[in-house]
Design a protein around this ligand. Structure first.
Ligand code: GLN
Length: 547
């Protein structure tokens, strides 16, 4: 059977939660027993988000095959429990790069290269080729940006054409919009949605379903009005009221009949929704958790938590496994440099230092590692978080006072973290780091081996620097256990302190592999340790935290 396609567009405002909605649609279909995959189309001109600032774009999600992709792919993987790849995220930059490379090679000799049909063909082939190669029942496609954006037009035109190419009966269009509430009149306004749908229709796309975000209840007459003006069946005008727990969204949409409408329109068997149970019971358990543990996440983009999306989610998932609701205290590493660690970390029971690039804020992260080490507070270092743990150890335990990473101080006399040999001559920035899944063999005597319960694991990477082997012996003699190494023994993947209950740094990003129903063993180990060592009175007020 050839694949069916669901296209999801967004209207009215950006950041409307399309990624979560698409991930939820994926979960609904997976629950009903379909094989599915997802593609995110991003209309910007960067080839990938790897070179964008986290302030612009949030986290860069890394796929197993080393794709540096949009953070929405993280939502898809977590919600649907699938593995995506580089091809699951297409940007306008990639489309044009591929097209212009072909043009230079002479593939179109004699021809004029135009938006229609060349750009649109490139987009369409990408979508259908991936659906065919994965042999999925349904390919869900998220169109990034907001309807009305100039740069999104070739993508919308491509999906309009694709409906004819694959047959109308094989395509389902969903448009996600916002119903703003005017406080003065206390009235939900439908006009922005009407305009957005009318814009879509002017380019030939009539949505089959409308999902309308709203802060509060949506009265029936509003649904009726939207149905009338937008020409969408009432049953398919679905209100999506803000929720505390995004993992609830699949159940909400399913409750409004979206799964039935999709399967019916696409001529798919309805499937059984009974295996909904494992997902919904996990999410209900998550909502019921009461006892709280407080975890500090010490980074330099903390005012924009999207930059640490997968880390935040991985902590939540592991909390569910150990039966604790987790509160994250977002701590700016530069604040530690100014005020000292005690002031910001005395009220937490565990410390996570996530990944990052560049010198700004690093000394604060080193202070966080020192505070964790000297107070025996569970510490989990992720990529840069491992590197700062090592720098701190070398400075304060080995007395190599100038120990540093070549990234921050290229001429340091003690480059305990140094550039990987195969990175030395790399000058291009985009897509050139050590990226994607690599194996790691575990030391049988290590704590990490106990968490993983495995001798060999695979984890996703995104870094240029690594632990300098010249310092390994001295570190080992002073109490560092190199719990995980590349199978040839040359690269340190996991370092842990033998003297602490939980002081573990990893050169990779375990957060990318965590799922709500399958939390990552290292995060579970970390939270288990936090739970056992719970610091007396370590809790802070809710207004400075996010759960
Ligand atoms: N900047 C460090 C490196 O490139 C760490 C990268 C990261 O945390 N992802 O090695």
């Amino acid at each position: 059977m050839s694949a069916k396609y669901i296209f999801v567009t967004g209207g009215v405002v950006s950041s409307i939660g399309k990624g979560i909605t698409v991930a939820s649609i994926g979960r609904i279909l997976k629950n009903r027993g379909f094989d599915i995959s997802v593609i995110k189309l991003d209309p910007y001109l960067n080839v990938d988000p790897g070179t964008m600032s986290p302030y612009q774009h949030g986290e860069v999600f890394v796929t197993e095959d080393g794709g540096e992709t949009d953070l929405d792919l993280g939502h898809y993987e977590r919600f649907i429990d699938i593995e995506l790849n580089k091809k699951s995220n297409v940007t306008a930059g990639q489309v044009y790069l591929s097209l212009i490379t072909k043009e230079r090679k002479g593939d179109f000799l004699g021809g004029t290269i135009q938006t229609i049909p060349h750009v649109t063909n490139e987009i369409k082939h990408h979508i259908t080729d991936l659906a065919e190669s994965l042999d999925v029942d349904v390919m869900v496609v998220e169109v990034g940006g907001t309807v009305g954006d100039i740069e999104g037009l070739p993508f919308l035109e491509a999906i309009r054409q694709l409906r004819n190419d694959v047959g109308r009966e094989n395509v389902y269009f969903i448009h996600l919009t916002l119903l703003p509430n005017l406080n003065v009149a206390n009235e939900l306004k439908t006009k922005p949605t009407q305009h957005s749908v009318s814009e879509l229709r002017s380019i030939g796309i009539q949505p089959d379903a409308l999902i309308c975000r709203s802060q509060g209840e949506v009265p029936d007459f509003v649904i009726d009005k939207l149905s009338l003006f937008c020409d969408v069946n009432k049953e398919e005008v679905i209100p999506l009221i803000d929720v505390d727990n995004v993992y609830r969204v699949p159940m909400i949409l399913e409750g409004y009949g979206l799964g039935n409408s999709i399967t019916k329109t696409l001529g798919l068997p309805p499937g059984s929704i009974s295996n909904n149970n494992s997902w919904s019971s996990a999410i209900s358990e998550m909502d019921a958790l009461e006892e709280v543990v407080s975890i500090a996440l010490v980074g330099k983009y903390v005012e924009y938590p999207d930059a640490y999306m997968s880390v935040k989610e991985a902590i939540t998932h592991a909390g569910l496994r150990v039966g604790r609701r987790t509160q994250i205290k977002w701590v700016h590493s530069e604040d530690l440099e100014r005020d000292g660690a005690e002031q910001h970390l005395s009220d937490v029971s565990g410390i996570v230092v996530p990944g990052g690039f560049g010198k700004r804020g690093v000394e604060g992260m080193i202070l966080a590692a020192e505070y964790a080490r000297t107070n025996n507070i569970p510490y989990l270092g992720l990529c840069l978080g491992m590197q700062v743990m090592i720098i701190e150890w070398c400075r304060n335990v080995l007395n190599l006072f100038q120990a540093d990473s070549e990234e921050f101080q290229p001429d340091t006399p003690n480059p305990v973290i140094h550039v990987m040999p195969d990175q030395m001559n790399v000058t291009n920035k985009g897509g050139t780091m050590r990226l994607g899944m690599y194996p790691c063999s575990l030391d049988l005597k290590s704590k990490s081996h106990g968490f993983y319960e495995s001798n060999l694991v695979e984890e996703r990477h995104r870094h240029r620097f690594e632990l300098n082997n010249a310092y390994r012996e001295a570190m080992e003699e002073s109490g560092i256990c190199f719990a995980g190494l590349s199978p040839d023994g040359t690269l340190v993947e996991i370092a842990e302190s033998s003297q602490h209950d939980f002081m573990v740094g990893v050169q990779f990003h375990p957060e990318f592999r965590s799922r709500p129903t399958l939390p990552h063993p290292l995060f579970v180990g970390f939270l288990d340790s936090v739970k056992q060592m719970l610091r007396e009175g370590a809790q802070f007020s809710f207004n400075e935290v996010e759960t």
